[in-house]
Design a protein around this ligand. Structure first.
Ligand SMILES: Cc1ncc(COP(=O)(O)O)c(C=O)c1O
Length: 432
């Protein structure tokens, strides 16, 4: 495939934009960060006119595919009506009502603009409600890039300390060490170690935050009883249980991971999946906690929060998703499961030790000796270079996936897309 126009745009962009990109996450593309021209449904076309079946989907937000007609229509109507009032409008009430109907923990919701920002709000809420300083988070979980939580997402093992009590490691230069002092890091899926953390720091832990399904690092499911155990420990210790549903929200089930697993957190944050690519996020939770934003004792603010056009996108997206009891989403999950099975089968046929794990609409593919992947450190056993070769061979064949191994499937993907992708995966295995 030829990426000449992309390369030229990239070189031009590098003159005015650090790294030629506006989010560091986009750097890890080969042969260089790519430029795209347009997208429709399950397909995207790059600046050189190459066509791809897209499993990146904006890294999750495009749950209905590229530019879904009902959402575009709703936003266009709102654009003529008004952009921003620094006051309220009916459309945000419509969005909040739909949201609270679908999400089990959501007695109430506050909208914001990005996942990182919503996580920030949820952490402040937990600290404000409990009056405690510490947040327990899990190694390998991603909760955005803000100073107080961007720790131990992908720590180098030589610095990460023992598995049982990892040492806080900032994601970036420039983060204050004091933020790390208020974090307790534990491995995912080990309840005894969480219990021990509560015992070691009595009355200090304000909340436990997790990706209920560890999508960013391997799409690792919680072990049976793990989330239930977290729920019990938080209740017993009067700490808030926070689910980061930025990826899982509306994607693994209409009500997110909390519906999928049957465990209801006190507070949850959402973003991707609820507005078809428009910048919207949400902090949702039990009335008794959320009221603290309403009585103004805990600050949550934002000039662009609940802007009418993005609220119109949210209403339209949630309506499409909720129609027919979530029929479109259920069908997408089924199609995704067929894709998962097809990729796994292609790998086995090629004699590879392949691991395909997750839910049909958000799953992870890797080449591993072990299939016993339960946390960040067991995830690291994968052969990342082999996956990189597979990924590049897929790109050559018109299949666009995330370089790290996570795949997203939308309601716009068709059976033909899935067949074509399985066939391409079979050929791409030769490159592994
Ligand atoms: C689980 C999770 N939480 C939080 C975030 C941060 O969201 P944003 O990139 O919108 O700030 C992400 C982004 O990928 C995420 O996957």
């Amino acid at each position: 495939m030829i990426f000449e126009k992309s390369r030229q745009l990239y070189e031009r962009a590098c003159q005015t934009t650090p790294g030629g990109i506006h989010s560091n996450v986009r750097a890890n593309w080969q042969p260089h960060p790519m430029f795209y021209d347009h997208g429709k449904g399950s397909r995207v076309w790059d600046a050189d006119g190459n066509e791809f079946i897209d499993y990146v989907l904006g890294r999750g937000p495009l749950l209905l595919g590229h530019s879904p007609a009902p959402v575009i229509e709703a936003v266009k109507k709102q654009l003529d009506r008004g952009l921003l009032y620094a006051g309220q409008s009916d459309v945000e009430v419509e969005a909040a009502e739909r949201f609270c109907k679908l999400v089990p923990c959501a007695d109430m919701v506050r909208f914001a603009c990005s996942g990182s920002e919503a996580v920030h709000g949820a952490i402040r809420l937990a600290r404000g409600i409990t009056g405690r300083p510490k947040i327990l988070r899990f190694e390998g979980h991603y909760h955005g890039w803000y100073d107080n939580i961007a720790w131990n997402y992908a720590p180098p093992l030589e610095k990460a300390g023992p598995r049982e009590w990892p040492i806080p490691q900032p994601a970036s230069k420039g983060q204050s060490a004091s933020d790390g002092f208020n974090l307790v890091i534990r491995p995912f899926n080990d309840l005894d170690l969480v219990k021990a953390a509560f015992e070691q720091d009595p009355g200090q832990i304000a909340g436990v935050i997790c990706e209920a399904i560890m999508c960013n690092t391997g799409a690792i499911l919680p072990k049976p009883g793990f989330l239930e155990g977290l729920r019990e420990l938080c209740t017993k210790n009067e700490a808030l249980l926070i689910f980061d549903e930025v990826i899982t929200g509306f994607r693994v089930a209409l009500g997110g991971a909390q519906e999928y697993t049957g465990v209801t957190p006190d507070v949850a944050v959402f973003a991707k999946g609820m507005s078809s690519g428009f910048p919207v996020s949400a902090i949702a939770g039990k009335r008794e906690y959320m009221q603290a934003f309403g009585d103004l004792s805990i600050t949550h603010a934002g000039t662009y929060n609940a802007g009418p056009p993005v609220m119109a996108a949210t209403v339209a997206t949630l309506d499409v998703l909720a129609a027919g009891g979530g029929a479109l989403l259920k069908a997408a999950i089924k199609r995704g499961e067929r894709l998962m099975a097809g990729i796994a089968e292609a790998g086995r046929r090629a004699g590879k030790k392949i691991c395909v794990r997750g839910i049909g609409t958000a799953f992870h593919v890797s080449f591993n000796e072990t299939t016993e992947v339960v946390d960040y450190r067991s995830y690291l056993t994968r052969d990342a270079a082999a996956y990189g070769r597979f990924w590049a061979a897929l790109q050559e064949r018109g299949i666009r996936a995330i370089p790290g191994g996570l795949w997203f499937v939308s309601t716009a993907h068709t059976d033909e897309d899935i067949d074509q992708t399985i066939a391409a995966a079979g050929e791409a295995m030769k490159a592994v």
